[in-house]
Each structure stands twice: as structure tokens, then as C-alpha cells.
Design a protein around this ligand. Structure first.
Ligand SMILES: NC(=O)c1ccc[n+]([C@@H]2O[C@H](COP(=O)([O-])OP(=O)(O)OC[C@H]3O[C@@H](n4cnc5c(N)ncnc54)[C@H](OP(=O)(O)O)[C@@H]3O)[C@@H](O)[C@H]2O)c1
Length: 330
């Protein structure tokens, strides 16, 4: 399958709905909405549980719906971006409550367990609805730029309808995994434990650079020049203090969501007799970071906050000077 932009497929005249305007969903919905308007199509319809998170989209012409059911009733393609399996299940059940969902397509961008994806795909298919799992790779700033990597799991018929809203709208590329939606969730899960392992390694590298006197600037430049954009971005999350955001800032990627994501990978691997040793080291440090958050008034932490724990294990403060200075300025 090729992307719509590669095949020059005309944009299908579909009503697009979006449920879930968190860090990722808000950015993706805005990019699709702007694309729809640029093509002379109807604005995006949207719903978010916390209404205020829809204000920005409404201000640029998005149509606010009162609940999930209204979005589903008034849309042909319904995108979802929620936090976890429980949230996506609850949203899909509300869509199914509509009764007649035949010919509607549900597209889930959330990171959920492959078993949940499989279960929801079957429920929707039994009612005649199409379904695709399209989990995304890239943090919030990448979503804002419309430069995510999307994994696509779903039928060719669904792909042809949905593709025009993916590449060059929310994504730099679409990685088609196959007809089974759960395969896309499995790829995302694989990416997550690779990502957690890489974060652990970079955290250890930065602590090493600090304690030996090499300095984080030299290491960061090496990561930029020799290890690629993902490693560099992880490094920036640590050196600029993104790993421990200020009290008025949202994390790029919430630690709780990171724990869920890496946990899915460890679970899937464990069931096939594979032990993800590196992922387990990262997972344990992420759990310790969660304990740090609990002890510090529930301070929101980024999924890269295992860096603070690696620092503590080497006798350094959880908070770098950058974070301490920023905290004191508040
Ligand atoms: N952030 C990243 O860097 C990143 C990167 C790749 C993938 N992901 C994945 O993308 C998904 C979204 O991440 P995010 O960072 O955008 O999370 P987020 O900012 O925490 O947003 C979560 C969204 O889910 C909604 N939600 C939660 N529980 C719900 C429920 N029971 N019913 C209805 N809506 C519910 C929230 O609504 P409220 O506003 O009402 O709370 C919010 O819109 C997650 O699965 C995450 O693992 C994140």
C-alpha cells in the first residue's frame, strides 16, 4: 500500500471526528482540522472529557460535540487519542451504543495492549464498522509539527479512506504493518521498550559525563552527530529539564503513560518466553521515579524521568541545576 500523497488519491468527502484532546490528540486533531479547511472540507468535530481542552480547537473553527456519541453520530471517520486501554474501551463502547455503526471507521491512535486492540477490532467488525490501529511514534513537539511516524494496522479498504489524513498531515511517514490491527500495537509496544532502554542508556551516559568531568555538552553533541535524532531528543529532555517539568508545565510524555507502555512490552514478551532485561532495568527506574513523584506531592514527571533516579544512584541530586534553578524561580 502506498500513501495517498504518493498515489494522488483525491481526498474522500468524509466527515472527520476526533475524541481525546490531550497532548498528542490536541496536536493531531488541530493538524487534521487545518488540512480539512485547506481542502475546502467540513471542520473537524471533536469531544474531550475535560471541555476546556477543546477551547483552542473551537477557536480555529472546530465543531464541539457534547459527547462521544454525538461525534460518532455526525462523523464517518472517528479518530481516538486517549490515555490507556480502559479509556479507549470506554470510548469504543460508547460508539457501539450508537447502534448503527455500519460503514463508520474508528481509528485508534492510542498506545494500548495488542490484546485490547484485537478485542475492540472484533467488536467493531461484528457491527459492520471498520477499524484501524494507528499508534504513533514521536513526542508532543513532533506531533505539533505533524511529523510523527504512524504505524498502520487495518484493511486496505480502511487504509484507502484514512491515508489522506495521515502522511504529510499528522505524520512524516506511515509504516503499514498489515491487515491485523493488533500488529500495529505490537510494533508500537516494541518501539516503547526500545525507547525505554535507550533512555536508560542515555541517562547513564549523562551521569557518567557529569561525574567524570567530561560534561553533558560534549556528550550531547556526540549524540546529535553520531546517534541520530531520537537519541539526541532524549538527551535534550534530560539536559533542558523536560524530564522534571515545572509545576505549571505538562510533560511531553507522562511518566504514568510511559509505565503503561513499557509494561505492555514486558507482558507481551514474557508470554512468549522472552525476557526484556534492558527494558526491565528502565522499568524499575521508571517505577522509582513514580515513587519520587508520589513523595513530592504528585509532581508530574516525564517518561524520561528515570534520569533523576540514575542520578540519585550515582550520588547526585534527582534534580539537575537547570531544574533546581527553574523550580526556585517559580
Ligand atoms: N505524549 C507522548 O509523547 C506520546 C507519544 C506517543 C504515544 N503516546 C500515547 O498517546 C496516547 C495519548 O497520550 P497523551 O500524551 O496525549 O496523553 P494525555 O495528554 O494524558 O491525554 C490523554 C487523553 O485521554 C483522555 N482520557 C483519559 N481517560 C479518559 C476516559 N476514561 N474517557 C475519555 N477520555 C479519557 C483525556 O481526557 P481529559 O483531558 O479529560 O483528561 C485526554 O484527552 C497515550 O496512549 C500515550 O501512551 C504519547
Amino acid at each position: 500500500m502506498a500513501s495517498a500523497s504518493a498515489t494522488n488519491t483525491p481526498l474522500p468527502d468524509l466527515r472527520i471526528g476526533w475524541i481525546g484532546l490531550g497532548s498528542m490528540g490536541g496536536a493531531m486533531a488541530k493538524n487534521i482540522h487545518k488540512y480539512l479547511l485547506s481542502q475546502g472540507r467540513q471542520p473537524i468535530r471533536f469531544f474531550n472529557r475535560t471541555a476546556s481542552r477543546g477551547d483552542a480547537l473551537e477557536a480555529i473553527g472546530g465543531i464541539r460535540c457534547k459527547d462521544v456519541t454525538q461525534v460518532a453520530r455526525e462523523s464517518d471517520v472517528i479518530f481516538i487519542s486517549a490515555s490507556d486501554d480502559k479509556a479507549v474501551k470506554s470510548i469504543v463502547y460508547q460508539i457501539l451504543d450508537l447502534g448503527d455503526v455500519a460503514d463508520k471507521i474508528v481509528v485508534d491512535t492510542t498506545t494500548i495492549h495488542p490484546d485490547t486492540t484485537k478485542e475492540l477490532a472484533a467488536k467493531l467488525s461484528n457491527k459492520g464498522a471498520g477499524f484501524a490501529a494507528t499508534p504513533v511514534f514521536g513526542a508532543t513537539p513532533v506531533a505539533e509539527e505533524g511529523r510523527l511516524l504512524v504505524a498502520f494496522g487495518g484493511s486496505t479498504a480502511v487504509y484507502e479512506k484514512v491515508a489522506p489524513f495521515l502522511k504529510d498531515v499528522i505524520a512524516r511517514e506511515v509504516l503499514v504493518v498489515g491487515e491485523k490491527p493488533e500488529k500495529a500495537s505490537l510494533l508500537k509496544t516494541t518501539g516503547n521498550f526500545l525507547m525505554a532502554g535507550l533512555m536508560e542508556l542515555i541517562a547513564e551516559g549523562h551521569v557518567f559525563a557529569e561525574k567524570t568531568g567530561l560534561g553533558s555538552a560534549a556528550l550531547e553533541r556526540l549524540l546529535e552527530l553520531n546517534f541520530g535524532p531520537v537519541a539526541y531528543s532524549d538527551s535534550v529532555r534530560m539536559t533542558t529539564g523536560v524530564y522534571a517539568p515545572g509545576r505549571d508545565q505538562a510533560p511531553w510524555s507522562d511518566l504514568d503513560l510511559g509505565l503503561k507502555d513499557v509494561g505492555h512490552g514486558i507482558d507481551c514478551a514474557g508470554r512468549t518466553g522472552v525476557e526484556l532485561k534492558v527494558a526491565n532495568v528502565a522499568f524499575e527506574n521508571m517505577k522509582r521515579a513514580k515513587e519520587y513523584s508520589d513523595k513530592n506531592g504528585g509532581r508530574k514527571l516525564d517518561s524520561s524521568s528515570l534520569y533523576g533516579i540514575v542520578r540519585e544512584q550515582a550520588g547526585l541530586d534527582f534534580r539537575t541545576e537547570v531544574v533546581q534553578k527553574r523550580d526556585e524561580e517559580k
